[in-house]
Design a protein around this ligand. Structure first.
Ligand code: NZQ
Ligand code: ZN
Length: 392
């Protein structure tokens, strides 16, 4: 018998050309009177998006205060600044204008404002959020799915080593997401490819799990992967191709809003994400690129756990029934979009000690295992890092 399935997707989504122009109206409907407008390191200023959004907010009779500076792999130090600014300015809403990093930072500010105390405690597992200040977003990059996910990932830059931790909680699902694929036209080739890899991985992580699922979910997963494989090269060759950008954006949203795990008896594997987060925490690499660099090694390491699952994936995505060839086909795709398929490709040189150190970081010094398709302890993760570093 199937366990009880839970699917919760409360975010109000507006998708299509000009969606961002609804900002004023939607914020007004939310009852916002003063908005903390949060953004990154410049792309939304350069594109003129920030000016347009702020004008729309003003025209709706709402005031605002700006907080820029969220960097890729967003830092807790800016989150703390945001919490103070929100309070001192008497804000009552947070609007994220940018990619996943800005949005994750906005979510963290929301937790900190509501919960008080040290916001990092929500990320290191000491406290669970019991609410949030309201957050909405205008998304400019198709990748993380943060626009509908329950997740926020923050890097603690306040000591050595640097930690990157996620907080998964339903309060992290934003009130609204304004999704205009045209806003992603200016995303660089590298970030486009890295984003597409992340989108694929959010479905692959859910596809590989230890229990049963619904056939529909498997079919949806394979369709989503096929679409990302189809449209990413189109977007890379023709960045202003609306069809390509729209398909990628919606794939990104659906890949991480829970839909691709409906009917699954677990939430999925997620080992690759944990193994990658250690890399982006310590070496500040782009998250999607880090995932591409380790997925093939992970796949080869866990293949014998359930080869049939790989057969199903290969047949659904490539019409390929040989599991080893399926892994190679994913890697060929990553190569074709200039994503790395090993750690050297990230510009890093890992020796055995670096592999061991990173593996210990992933398991919090042997305090946990990761993975659901196959449970992985420090030694297993170390092997995967070694395979991805050409040491095996
Ligand atoms: O800072 P700006 O100037 O905006 O530039 C950004 C940044 O340099 C740029 N960019 C964004 N939109 C653009 C643009 N450049 C030109 N035109 C546009 N329209 O792209 C660069 C990367 O942005 P970032 O927000 O860091 O990328 P992404 O959306 O991939 O977010 C990555 C972060 O999200 C986390 C990752 O670990 C990483 O920290 N994740 C969040 C998840 C979630 N909340 O559900 C799930 C993921 O698995 C992931 O872990
Ligand atoms: Zn991801």
């Amino acid at each position: 018998m199937m366990d009880i399935m839970e699917y919760y997707a409360p975010t109000h989504v507006y998708f299509g050309k000009g969606a961002e122009n609804k900002a004023g109206e939607v914020l007004k409907a939310e009852g916002a009177s003063k908005v903390l407008v949060h953004f990154g390191t410049g792309s939304v200023k350069k594109s003129g998006l920030l000016d347009r959004v702020e004008l729309a907010i003003k025209e709706a009779g709402i005031s605002f205060v700006e907080l820029g500076g969220a960097v890729p792999n967003p830092r807790v130090s800016l989150v703390r600044e945001g919490i103070e600014l929100y309070k001192s300015e008497g804000c009552d809403f947070i609007l994220s204008v940018g990619g996943g990093s800005v949005l994750d930072s906005a979510k963290a500010i929301g937790y900190g404002v509501y919960g008080g105390g040290d916001v990092w405690e929500f990320y290191c597992g000491k406290r669970v959020p019991e609410g949030t200040a309201p957050v909405g977003c205008i998304l400019t990059l198709s990748a993380t799915g943060s626009e509908m996910s329950d997740s926020s990932v923050i890097t603690n830059d306040e000591g050595e080593p640097t930690y990157k931790r996620g907080c998964n909680n339903d309060f992290g699902r934003v009130r609204f997401s304004l999704l205009n694929p045209e806003l992603t036209y200016t995303v660089s080739k590298y970030q486009t490819a890295s984003g597409s890899t992340d989108i694929m991985m959010h479905t692959l992580e859910r596809f590989f799990h230890s229990g049963h699922t619904l056939e529909l979910t498997d079919q949806l997963s394979c369709a989503l992967l096929r679409e990302v494989i189809k449209w990413t090269p189109v977007a890379l060759a023709d960045p202003e191709n609306y069809e390509a950008r729209a398909n990628l954006m919606w794939c990104g949203t659906l890949s991480h809003n829970g839909l691709m795990a409906t009917g699954n008896s677990t939430k999925g594997d997620w080992a690759c994400h944990q193994i990658e987060h250690e890399l982006s925490a310590e070496y500040d690499v782009a998250h999607g690129a880090g995932l591409a660099a380790i997925w093939g090694s992970w796949a080869r390491y866990v293949l014998d756990t359930d080869r049939e699952r790989f057969v199903k994936l290969g047949e659904g995505v490539f019409g390929e029934s040989d599991p080893v060839k399926t892994i190679e086909k994913f890697e060929d795709f990553f190569r074709s979009i200039d994503m790395p398929v090993d750690i050297q490709g990230l510009g890093l040189n890992f020796d055995e000690a670096a592999c061991e150190n990173a593996a210990l970081g992933v398991t919090f010094q042997n305090a946990r295992t990761i993975g659901d398709f196959k449970k992985l302890a420090t030694e297993d993760i170390c092997e995967i890092y070694k395979m991805a570093s050409g040491l095996k």
